[in-house]
Design a protein around this ligand. Structure first.
Ligand SMILES: *[C@@H]1O[C@H](CO)[C@@H](O)[C@H](O)[C@H]1NC(C)=O
Ligand SMILES: *[C@@H]1O[C@H](CO)[C@@H](O)[C@H](O)[C@H]1NC(C)=O
Ligand SMILES: *[C@@H]1O[C@H](CO)[C@@H](O)[C@H](O)[C@H]1NC(C)=O
Ligand SMILES: *[C@@H]1O[C@H](CO)[C@@H](O)[C@H](O)[C@H]1NC(C)=O
Length: 432
């Protein structure tokens, strides 16, 4: 055993060392890879969790509440897993809605006593899983390439049933939504960084990245970010998922689409559908990585297809029989190509003013649906699985190869033009 003087000496040098290394290495931003799973059109990242640093692929849910997964590999190595107990501050932060009593000796992830609990949601099936919340160490990598630990990262170890319809390589979903237990919120509070993240979603066969925090980007992404247009991130006052109790505000990200144009022609729409009904939560426009293609309310979809088919015909593009789930398909031989994909009329989501619009070129609006057939990559919205129906849900295909910056702290979304127009793509996105 060391003498008292020696321990004081060791302690004070440790203090000096640790404050020194903190000053040198206080991270500003973290990076996560993004891969597209082609069979399901789902986008996922890779995390390391637990004392054994179990590596898991997890789908990216922009509007999700908290991380949830089920993994035998993690289960077998989960000696640092700790439940979030009922009535604790962490339970409050997670907005847990109940308390679970489960007795196993020793306790295991998914069955611990007196545990703060909540519903997780599988947004592909609409299935919800009610179980206890826990926490474990999450390892993250800074944009400088250094590894950091986030202690007590909250998540739900879910029932395996909840994995139904998830991409085969994935074990669950990681949440980026507007909660205090989402990945951006947790990194923001653990490292005192701004709650902000950039998403650069890849097209199939390529890689993208997500950067959480504030940092300069590599060329030409820094310029792209500086010249990006911005639009307010809106709040839907009514929960979209039946079980959310986040002050009754939805945790999904909404933007204010005011009109839709095909080429220069605005669609004639029922404008009531474009705004959020503050009483019912219906209407409005959300952005979701867990939807493959942008979906539109039936009447908006019909107006888009009508106008697009007309504008395509004016370019001598030949329409062919539709291939589900798409409502407008064309003979690919009648479409020429450009740097931004098939040469078709552009589609604009017009935001707070006529000069602020999110423009989609052929690369983001047309998808191959068979030999010689390409289709308009927008679909008719299905009635809600649970909760109110959003009129426009911007899906993953439309986000691909755009730089999207969610400045949650300032409630603003920055969106770039298609990166392909700058002769680059999301696989090159990174921190300077
Ligand atoms: C479970 O937790 C409750 C509440 O703290 C406690 O009353 C009970 O004795 C515990 N049961 C077991 C088996 O530990
Ligand atoms: C919010 O949700 C709670 C619990 O579901 C409910 O009792 C309350 O009336 C809601 N408040 C508003 C403003 O909708
Ligand atoms: C427009 O949409 C709203 C909301 O769905 C609906 O109540 C209203 O009847 C619609 N108006 C017309 C003219 O279709
Ligand atoms: C959509 O959500 C509303 C409000 O929660 C509900 O009353 C309605 O039944 C749902 N519609 C469908 C088709 O599920």
């Amino acid at each position: 055993m060391a003498t008292p003087t020696l321990s004081i000496f060791i302690l004070s040098s440790l203090l000096i060392l640790s404050s020194f290394s903190n000053a040198q290495t206080q991270p500003k931003a973290f990076t996560f890879p993004i891969t597209k799973d082609d069979p399901t059109n789902q986008y996922y990242t890779t995390i390391q969790i637990g004392s054994k640093a179990t590596t898991l692929n997890v789908g990216i849910d922009l509007g999700g509440n908290f991380l949830w997964f089920n993994s035998q590999e993690y289960f077998a190595a989960a000696d640092s897993y700790r439940p979030i107990l009922c009535g604790t501050k962490q339970c409050q932060i997670a907005n847990g809605i109940g308390c679970i009593f489960c007795f196993l000796s020793p306790p295991v992830p998914g069955c611990t006593n007196n545990t703060c609990s909540d519903y997780s949601l599988n947004p592909f099936t609409g299935t919800q899983g009610y179980s206890g919340l826990g926490q474990d160490v999450l390892r993250v990598v800074s944009t400088r390439g250094a590894q950091y630990k986030v202690n007590n990262f909250p998540f739900q170890y879910s029932d395996p049933v909840l994995r139904e319809a998830l991409a085969t390589p994935t074990a669950g979903l990681i949440a980026l939504g507007r909660t205090r237990v989402s990945l951006p919120a947790q990194l923001s509070s653990a490292f005192k960084i701004r709650e902000k993240f950039a998403l650069c979603i890849p097209s199939s066969g390529s890689k993208g990245s997500m950067i959480i925090g504030e940092t300069a980007y590599t060329k030409p992404f820094q310029q792209t970010s500086e010249s990006a247009l911005t639009t307010p991130l809106l709040r839907n006052p009514v929960s979209i998922n039946g079980n959310e109790v986040i002050g009754n505000l939805t945790i999904q990200y909404f933007i204010g689409v005011k009109s839709i144009r095909v080429g220069e022609t605005p669609l004639v729409l029922n404008e009531t559908l474009l705004s959020i009904n503050k009483r019912t939560g219906e209407g409005g426009t959300s952005i979701r990585t867990v939807r493959a293609y942008t979906s539109l309310h039936k009447s908006i979809y019909a107006a888009l297809v009508d106008e697009f088919v007309k504008a395509a015909a004016a370019k001598n593009i030949k329409r062919v029989a539709s291939v589900a789930p798409f409502g407008a398909c064309f003979d690919s031989k009648t479409i020429s190509s450009t740097e931004a994909g098939p040469d078709v009329p552009v589609i604009d989501l017009v935001l707070q003013s006529k000069s602020v619009y999110w423009r989609f070129y052929g690369w983001n609006t047309m998808v191959r649906a068979g030999e010689g057939v390409i289709c308009l990559a927008f679909v008719e919205g299905q009635p809600n699985l649970s909760g109110p129906t959003t009129s426009i849900v911007v899906g993953g295909y439309q986000m691909e190869n755009h730089l999207l910056e969610f400045d949650v702290a300032a409630e603003k979304l920055g969106f770039s033009r298609s990166l392909l127009l700058r002769d680059t793509s999301c696989d090159k996105f990174g921190a300077a």
